[in-house]
Structures are given as C-alpha cells and as structure tokens.
Design a protein around this ligand. Structure first.
Ligand SMILES: C[S@@+](CC[C@H](N)C(=O)[O-])C[C@H]1O[C@@H](n2cnc3c(N)ncnc32)[C@H](O)[C@@H]1O
Length: 275
C-alpha cells in the first residue's frame, strides 16, 4: 500500500464514494459560510436596535447606535458576497477560466506544487492536464478548507486523477522541499490568507526557492480596488491591490512578470512569473 492510501481515512472515502454524492466532487464554498455568518450577525443587529426602541434613555440611544450600523454592515456585506462569489467560484462545469490558463502553461510532464491546496480545487485541475507529471498539494488544513487531506483525495478519486496527486500537511512559509524542485507552483486564492507583509514576503521567497530555474509561478488572487470596496466595505483590507503583487514578485527577482485582471468585470486577478 503506498503512503498516501495508508494516510487516507478509508472509512471516510468509502462512506462518501458509496453514498449518493459518488460522482460529485466537493471543493467547498467557504465564502458562503461567511455570508451566512454575516447575515446572522446582521439580524442580531436588527434585534438589538428593536430592543433599543423599547427601552428608556440612554439605553435606547446606545442600542440603536450599536444595532443599526451592525445590521447595515453585516447584512450589506453578507448579501453582496453571494453574487460576487457565485461569479468567481461558480459550479465547476461552468468554470473554465482556470483551464484556459493552465492549458497554455502545462505540457503534461511537469512536477507541480499547489500551495494552500484546500480540497484540491486547483491541484486537480492541474492533474487533469498531466500525463507523466505529478502534482503535490500542501495546506495547513486548519479548517477553512477542511482539516485533513482526505477531502482532496476523495475529490481526486472522483475526478479520476488520484494517481497523479499527493496531498499533505505543509506550511507555505517553510516549505519542506529542496531548492529547484518544481516546474510549476500554483496558488488559488491563498496569498491573501497569509497575513502580514512579512509573511507574504516569506511565502514568495519560499515559492521562488522551490521553483526550478525557468519554472513558473501561477497564482489567482482578488485585487483590491474600488469595486471591491463597494462589496466588502472595510473587509477589503484583507486583500492587496494589483501593484502590490507586481512589486513583491519583482522584489524576489521573478522574471517575465505578468499581473493582470483576469476579467474586465471582476476583481479577480491572475499572475504568472518565472524564476
Ligand atoms: C481560500 S482557501 C483556497 C483553497 C484552494 N486553493 C481553493 O482554491 O479552493 C485558502 C487556503 O490557504 C491555506 N493556507 C493559508 N495559509 C497557509 C500557509 N501558510 N501554508 C499552507 N496553506 C495555507 C488555507 O488553509 C486554505 O486552505
């Protein structure tokens, strides 16, 4: 039995694969979970304001001034997330922009690393384009995209690329791979999740280190801009503007840097750079 099968929770695989969702991969839509939380907090805000309308001064003012902004901000961001994310993470069969990019950049024999792989959304798309190549996905598996590699393996099995994938625990800030190991490193909506400028720099340095000379880094990130402020309000500060990524890639000596909006209509950005 090879290592990855040994590390896999066989019961988990069997239960899901034999169950009614046998043919459906599940890559998770974390954002929907956040939307629901925001809407719930928004409703709590309305309740606080309503309680405020029933009590005497000064508690009515305090509850009103607390409840109304809370309700507005949370309902606004919670509800506006939904169409926004639908367009970016819409159901797999309709979502072809990843393939457009990968098809232009993957020959089939590459050794690929997908950082922050989560449930395998990006790594599995890469694996589908590989013949002799392999893709390794690493993640902290701290919850936002599952707690273990099992969901990613399950998806790889359903998508018939199990043999071309390996998923394991790993930290992007300290990659446990030798220098010059990978032809391609991919990252789908991960770098904004690496908090703080220093950590983002460490991540970039590590990605550069493990790439072979001439190897490519391909990443998708949301760029902060005016449109994002309209949807996310002050939560937009989690994200960085387009020029930030160009400067960071330059700082770590990447070449042929292309950082661009992937679509005119969304602030989803793609960057491709070479070591
Ligand atoms: C928004 S999710 C994207 C998951 C996946 N790439 C996808 O497209 O569905 C961000 C992922 O990055 C992972 N992540 C954040 N910081 C990380 C780090 N320092 N090392 C490895 N993974 C990390 C999180 O655990 C999470 O699974």
């Amino acid at each position: 039995m090879n290592n990855k099968v040994a590390s896999l929770n066989e019961e988990f695989m069997k239960k899901k694969i034999d169950g009614k969702d046998e043919n459906k991969p599940n890559y998770g839509l974390v954002a929907v979970k956040y939307s629901i939380y925001m809407v719930i907090i928004g409703i709590i805000g309305i309740v606080i304001a309503l309680i405020g309308s029933q009590v005497y001064f000064p508690f009515n003012i305090i509850l009103f001034l607390g409840g109304i902004p809370l309700a507005f901000i949370c309902l606004y961001t919670g509800l506006s997330y939904i169409p926004f994310y639908y367009f970016m993470l819409k159901p797999e069969e309709k979502n072809d922009f990843w393939y457009e990019v990968f098809e232009k950049n993957i020959q089939g024999n590459e050794h690929v690393l997908d950082v922050g792989c989560g449930k395998g959304r990006v790594a599995i798309k890469v694996a589908k384009l590989l013949n002799t190549g392999k893709v390794v996905g690493i993640d902290l598996f701290k919850g936002s995209s599952g707690y273990s590699p099992d969901p990613a393996y399950r998806n790889a099995k359903i998508e018939k690329v199990f043999d071309k994938t390996e998923f394991k625990h790993g930290n992007l800030l300290k990659l446990e791979f030798p220098d010059n190991e990978f032809d391609i490193v991919t990252s789908g909506s991960v770098l904004h999740d690496v908090h703080g400028d220093k950590n983002k720099e460490m991540a970039m340095k590590e990605i550069f280190r493990v790439l072979k000379p001439g190897g490519k880094f391909i990443a998708f990130e949301m760029f902060r801009d005016v449109r994002m402020y309209l949807v996310f309000l002050f939560f937009s500060f989690v994200f960085k503007p387009k020029h930030y990524w160009t400067e960071l890639l330059n700082k770590f000596n990447f070449k042929n840097i292309k950082v661009e909006y992937y679509s005119e209509y969304l602030n989803y950005g793609l960057f491709i750079a070479e070591k």
